[in-house]
Design a protein around this ligand. Structure first.
Ligand SMILES: [Zn+2]
Length: 95
């Protein structure tokens, strides 16, 4: 019998949309590629990343507060079309 429960500290990241912290696996990593925000589904793309809940509302908030400009240190505007499509796909898959 083992009375020890392994508590693994899950790395946390802040969503650039709603500014809430979540466990890293619950967030979608976003990287900048050629002026466009693209979802990093495997977490393997190089470069500066931003984290976002995979939900359209968080994407909307991030766009409204220009969170990507801050995250990617650029004036923008950044194309979030690919991201929006990704969010919609995830949302559709969940309903
Ligand atoms: Zn969020």
């Amino acid at each position: 019998m083992s009375g020890r429960t392994r508590v693994r500290a899950c790395p946390q990241r802040t969503c650039v949309g709603c500014r809430k912290r979540s466990d890293k696996p619950d967030l979608l990593r976003v990287v900048l590629s050629g002026g466009r925000c693209v979802p990093d589904l495997r977490g393997t793309l190089p470069g500066r990343g931003a984290y976002l809940h995979p939900m359209s509302i968080c994407l909307d908030q991030a766009v409204r507060r220009r969170a990507f400009n801050r995250a990617f240190r650029g004036p923008g505007p950044f194309d979030v079309t690919a991201l929006r499509r990704q969010m919609e796909q995830i949302e559709q898959a969940e309903t």
